[in-house]
Design a protein. Structure first.
Length: 448
């Protein structure tokens, strides 16, 4: 029944109507307006004040019936909407006599947005027909679904900051805080940056707040390695561009079905610049290439579009991870200098390290992120002479990383076979199934 009703209303409305309809979204509405506005047009936004409060139930139900709405459902709405009573309230006081409401449709009713779409359908058609006669008109009608909305990126930041503050003060485990922020805060922070990109400096501050306030990561950990292993959701700059690309492709597919190619506009330029940052160049309308790979979105099959979009996003994320690893190698850190000469990024190893990072203990994560330090380094950080005797095995040798992890007799029983791979030797990044013992050993060495 629900699918039949959805198909029925889709047959009634034009492609310019987007709200409360299956397969249509705010992404498609903004994309076509952006392209039209780019060509020296004027953009005007009109809002119906208290639209649902001023909609007559009898008129709305009558229009639904005339458009072919199911009679039993129409009778059901007539019973609910035409007999509404309102009690006026102020503080703790309630008027004893109710008032009959004749000019309002309850917004909490799931059928109310559908009624609003049908109510505005005639006006939408008339305006479109009248204005498009000169070829200078493009409109997008969107009915708000009553989800949380905000008008500026600054308000999004305030909402995310509030969520971050609440998570910091919650008496729950760090893993749960991370999951809550990822599902409730990060999505708000990165959503809606379709026409412009956020400032890098602002995004860097947010990443630091997430790192310290939600994930409780040691300050000695490499920021680049942490983003790489924790996930791209921790970088608002990347995630906002990532979401802008996916939303644009979905919107472009919708308009391609209507015979319109979205090939210009501010949003299109934003996508083009973001992809070029990762070595992906545009070669035609809705077509890009990178390293011999071609991503073409000029298909009519939505499943093919989704498959191509998945490949494109995977390529972007893979290049992003490589860039993060290169940033780590370029830093003036002890582990970076140790690895920079002969270590290169390996995608499969990074995936394995991410899985271990998600399930490992705090000590194991410290090793994977370069936050595990030897006793000799701690002496340097505390501005005291470096010890010339190992505190674990009591031998007269400087307790640096190589000695504590691979030579010290104190760990001889728990030490795995010595490896010569640099990533494993310094960071414990796994390459085989036996990596668990090796990283566990690194963690115990750091604990000592």
């Amino acid at each position: 029944m629900a699918k039949k009703a959805q198909d029925w209303v889709l047959r009634l409305v034009s492609p310019d109507v987007h709200g409360a309809l299956r397969g249509r979204s705010i992404e498609a509405a903004i994309a076509i307006l952006d392209q039209t506005f780019k060509h020296n047009r004027l953009l005007c936004s009109l809002d119906l004040a208290k639209a649902f409060d001023h909609m007559y139930p009898t008129l709305a139900i009558g229009l639904l019936r005339r458009s072919g709405f199911h009679e039993q459902w129409a009778n059901h709405l007539q019973h609910m909407w035409s007999k509404q009573w309102r009690w006026m309230q102020m503080l703790n006081y309630t008027n004893a006599e109710p008032e009959l409401v004749e000019t309002s449709v309850p917004q909490g009713c799931a059928m109310a947005p559908l009624a609003m779409v049908v109510l505005l359908m005639e006006a939408e058609r008339d305006v479109t027909t009248f204005c498009r006669a000169n070829g200078l008109f493009q409109q997008a009608v969107f009915v708000d679904d009553r989800s949380f909305a905000t008008d500026t990126p600054q308000n999004l930041h305030r909402a995310c900051q509030r969520i971050l503050y609440r998570l910091q003060t919650m008496p729950v485990a760090a893993d749960l805080k991370r999951s809550l922020y990822r599902s409730r805060g990060a999505c708000l922070l990165s959503w809606g940056w379709w026409l412009v990109q956020p400032q890098r400096a602002v995004c860097a501050k947010w990443t630091m707040r997430i790192k310290k306030g939600v994930c409780w990561i040691n300050t000695m950990a490499s920021r680049a390695l942490w983003i790489l292993l924790e996930g791209h959701w921790t970088d608002p700059w990347f995630e906002s561009g990532h979401q802008a690309v996916k939303a644009f492709i979905r919107a472009a597919y919708y308009w391609r079905k209507q015979g319109i190619i979205i090939s210009s506009g501010t949003w299109h330029l934003r996508v083009q610049q973001f992809l070029s940052h990762f070595g992906i160049q545009q070669i035609g309308p809705l077509a890009w290439t990178s390293g011999g790979l071609r991503f073409d979105f000029n298909h009519h099959d939505y499943e093919v579009i989704l498959l191509q979009l998945g490949h494109l996003c995977h390529q972007v994320r893979d290049v992003f991870r490589k860039m993060l690893f290169d940033q780590f190698l370029a830093r003036q850190r002890r582990d970076s200098r140790f690895l920079s000469a002969n270590c290169r990024f390996n995608a499969e190893r990074a995936i394995a390290a991410r899985k271990f990072h998600d399930t490992g203990t705090a000590h194991m994560r410290a090793v994977l992120l370069g936050a595990a330090l030897s006793p000799a380094v701690y002496d340097v950080l505390r501005h005291r002479p470096v010890a010339q005797r190992c505190p674990s095995c009591l031998e007269n040798v400087v307790p640096d990383w190589e000695h504590v992890v691979w030579v010290c007799s104190f760990f001889s029983r728990s030490r795995p076979p010595e490896c010569h791979d640099l990533s494993q030797r310094r960071l414990g990044w796994p390459s085989r199934e036996t990596c668990h013992d090796r990283c566990g050993f690194h963690g115990r060495a750091n604990a000592v």
